[in-house]
Design a protein around this ligand. Structure first.
Ligand code: AMP
Length: 148
């Protein structure tokens, strides 16, 4: 049986867990793969969101996607980094959430996604929700339940 406290946690809005857009490293449509790789390496993240010029979410790009796209048969074709754009390589099939969505939905998405992009009603990027912040909340909840 689910008690009231658990139900409150699962129905809680994700708003307060979201890392705001201003603190999220991202790239834009039209950026070269070279620029994206620099952002990824400098930020230390393995994947970041891709936005358009109106700040709407278009997808995400990762180190692996970029490296895979420049793999030749016998060598890594580094020159392609400046010739190709983010939109040729990014993954556009990504889950999105809104600030008003529930923690339960975020928990489900975090099984397969290290982070989920949050958008407003107009599709404008609001921030991201990471698996780390979801796990931290689950941990705090169980610590409370166990009285530790
Ligand atoms: P974490 O759970 O903190 O390890 O974050 C999971 C993933 O979310 C990272 O590997 C990044 O792809 C992404 N991420 C987390 N924080 C940021 C940030 N400030 N800017 C861009 N991407 C981030």
């Amino acid at each position: 049986m689910i008690n009231l406290e658990t139900s409150n946690l699962l129905e809680k809005e994700i708003k307060e867990l979201v890392i705001p857009a201003d603190n999220v490293a991202h790239v834009q449509l039209g950026n070269s793969l070279e620029h994206a790789l620099l952002v990824l390496i400098k930020s230390g993240y393995s994947a970041v969101p891709v936005l358009d010029t109106s700040y709407k979410i278009q997808g995400l790009i990762s180190n692996t996607m970029i490296m895979d796209s420049i793999l030749g048969i016998e060598r890594i074709e580094y020159e392609k980094l400046s010739e190709h754009k983010v939109e040729e390589v990014m993954n556009t099939k990504i889950p999105r959430m809104k600030n008003s969505d529930t923690f339960f939905r975020a928990l489900e998405l975090s099984i397969n996604h290290p982070f989920v992009c949050i958008e407003d009603e107009a599709g404008v990027f609001v921030g991201i929700l990471t698996r780390r912040s979801i796990l931290a909340l689950v941990y705090r909840y169980f610590r409370g339940v166990l009285g530790k």
